[in-house]
Write a protein that binds this ligand. Structure first.
Ligand code: AMP
Length: 165
């Protein structure tokens, strides 16, 4: 729980990469974001557009005093700097950063929906998030991350073993 009135929120972000040096892309995003804690890395088959490389996925925790829209613009700047090119919808990307949870905030606008609308169905988000915050309750669904994970279907998600280790 964040201290009341502190203005500092605990935020969980999902990182994904399936283009170029995927591990390096995750690392660079983590450096730029000043991450407090990070999950291990998972490898995931692409969901929507299947004819593309597998993703590496990871969830990170940050503490921020930015407001949600400011944070979105910050993460979008990082995506741009790390070379994401928005050419194909749902296609390959060097880095994708989604805001999953922003404290217990619930909000929805054209630009930003929090909690992230896809998170409750996605094993590649819930598995790494459960490493960091399994007892945290989804503010809309009122279920813990562990409960949401138990309720999702099997998906092609596996722990990523770094090559050479
Ligand atoms: P994507 O291609 O999956 O990165 O989606 C990008 C768009 O989703 C951005 O233009 C955002 O405005 C919008 N969006 C809505 N809610 C969120 C969220 N919670 N985190 C990140 N992007 C979001």
């Amino acid at each position: 729980m964040d201290p009341p009135g502190s203005g500092v929120k605990t935020v969980y972000l999902a990182l994904g990469s399936n283009l170029g040096d995927r591990e390096k892309n995750l690392q660079q995003a983590i450096q730029a974001l000043e991450v407090v804690r990070q999950s291990s890395i998972y490898e995931t088959a692409p969901m929507l557009l299947e004819d593309q490389p597998w993703f590496l996925n990871q969830v990170v925790e940050i503490k921020t005093s930015l407001f949600p829209r400011q944070l979105l613009h910050h993460t979008q700047d990082i995506e741009r700097v790390l070379g994401r090119k928005r050419t194909i919808v749902n296609g390959p990307r060097s880095i994708d950063i989604d805001i999953l949870l922003y404290g217990q905030t619930i909000m929805s606008s054209d630009e930003l929906t929090i909690p992230h609308p896809g998170m409750a169905q996605r094993r590649f988000v819930l598995e790494p998030l459960a490493e960091l915050a399994s007892t945290l309750r989804h503010p809309v669904l009122k279920r813990t991350i562990a409960q949401l994970l138990a309720g999702t279907k099997e998906q092609n998600v596996r722990p990523y073993n770094r090559p050479g280790l």
